[in-house]
Design a protein around this ligand. Structure first.
Ligand code: NAD
Ligand code: MG
Length: 399
């Protein structure tokens, strides 16, 4: 398992820690920046990266006095330079610069880019060998073997930011891993939990991104609506924890208070609870193995009164099974699943396909693209490109 013993980190646990945030302008990125801004004495910021939002990136870099600010879109270099005039922040632009930023020595790199676009920077961060706090689950879904090999080789500590995996990490007794019977990932069920298939057929992007509990980026919000997010998280959990996939279950829990559970062989079930605020799991990764204060609304169980749980409906939400089957098949199947899902979600947000088409396109792409083992980044790129090409063809056939 990549999660190392906290004692190995006593050297790096001294303040201030140096931090890089990849995808600083996104939902996870902004929550991370908020925590860093509240704890200026504990952290020094090495680099902040964004894809295209120059104004927000510049504001964050000024606020945190970052050493580097990097914008992915090379055409925006001059804008970024103008926005940071009069500061000592060094600016760079382009994909290579984002990867370069991820490679800079830092005690913690928060990997919060969305999608497979984050794979190369996350691999670069893993190579530099300290802590990678991983939010970018698609990296593990599309090339988990490559990321884990890099983590092992470099002695990197991978800490999960995703609230479910962070919850499991908080209650997973690493020394007693053999005594774990099951992992139970909770799922809110998303905005369409109670919708019929007829209603789902005409669901709009605006309805899909209106998540009942979490304020997140558009892509993950749609993934939550299809339940593909939980499928991706199942695959993520299989890489992060030494528990076979068949022992990882999904439980729908609409209030998003119990963030996940670990069941042990003696019948004990340990869970981590909290209000749905990503600053709690992010804070845990930034300060680990200690804890630091985070401003999430405190959990008042008496006020909530009741918590409910139900099994996921695999008829209305087939994405969960697609992900589980892809994980079982292995050999790059999860990379195909991820690529097709990224194409389908973008097409849905663009109003080119309907909501139910998303999982249909993922399923058909998985049927059409022959799986190939991923032993190198080139292998990944080829398979990813082929899956995207087929998924695009399927999108066009629906016009
Ligand atoms: P988001 O869309 O809000 O932000 C994405 C960030 O990545 C932005 O800073 C953007 O500039 C950057 N980015 C996008 N494409 C890029 C590219 N090609 N090159 C460089 N940078 C690029 O996404 P988010 O909701 O913050 O999610 C980020 C990741 O964290 C996703 O993998 C998501 O599944 C995961 N995650 C998010 C949440 C959440 O609460 N939002 C919770 C758990 C896990
Ligand atoms: Mg999650």
């Amino acid at each position: 398992m990549a999660l190392t013993n906290p004692e190995d980190l006593t050297q790096t646990a001294v303040s201030p820690r140096t931090v890089t945030v990849l995808g600083a302008t996104g939902s996870v990125g902004c929550n991370t920046v908020d925590l860093l801004a509240r704890n200026r004495d504990r952290f020094r910021v090495v680099a902040l990266t964004a894809n295209s939002n120059v104004a927000l990136l510049a504001e964050q870099a000024r606020l945190l006095e970052a050493k580097f600010a990097i914008i992915g879109d090379p055409e925006k270099l001059d804008d970024l330079r103008d926005a940071l005039q009069g500061t000592e922040v060094e600016v760079m632009a382009g994909e290579a610069a984002v990867i370069e930023a991820a490679s800079q020595p830092a005690d913690i790199v928060v990997a919060a880019i969305v999608g497979a676009a984050g794979l190369r920077p996350t691999l670069a961060a893993s190579r530099q060998g300290s802590i990678v706090a991983i939010a970018n689950k698609e990296c593990l879904v599309c090339a988990g073997e490559l990321v884990m090999a890099e983590v092992e080789r470099s002695g990197t500590t991978l800490l999960p930011v995703d609230s479910e995996h962070n919850a499991i990490f908080q209650v997973f007794e690493t020394a007693n891993a053999k005594e774990v019977e099951r992992l139970i990932l909770t799922a809110s069920g998303g905005p369409f939990r109670t919708w019929t298939l007829e209603e789902l057929a005409v669901a709009t992007p605006a309805q899909a991104v209106a998540h009942p509990n979490w304020d997140m980026g558009r892509k993950i919000s749609v993934d939550s609506a299809t339940l593909m997010n939980k499928g991706l998280e199942l695959i993520e959990a299989a890489y992060l924890f030494p528990v076979p996939a068949e022992k990882i279950e999904v439980l729908v829990h609409p209030q998003s208070v119990v963030h996940s559970l670990v069941a042990y062989i003696d019948g004990s079930v340990l869970a981590q609870l909290g209000t749905p605020d990503m600053r709690t799991p992010i804070a845990y990764t930034l300060s680990w193995p200690e804890r630091m204060a985070a401003p999430a609304k405190r959990l008042d169980l008496a006020e909530i009164g009741e918590l409910s749980f139900e099994a996921p409906d695999l008829q209305r939400f087939p994405a969960l099974n697609l992900a589980r089957n892809a994980l079982t098949r292995g050999n790059g199947s999860t990379a195909i699943l991820n690529a097709a899902n990224e194409v389908a979600v973008a097409s849905f947000l663009d109003e080119q396909i309907g909501f139910l088409d998303i999982t249909r396109i993922v399923e058909e792409t998985l049927d059409r693209v022959p799986a190939q083992p991923i032993a190198s980044f080139d292998d990944f790129e080829q398979l990813d490109a082929e899956a995207r090409r087929i998924a695009q063809t399927l999108v066009k056939s629906r016009f």
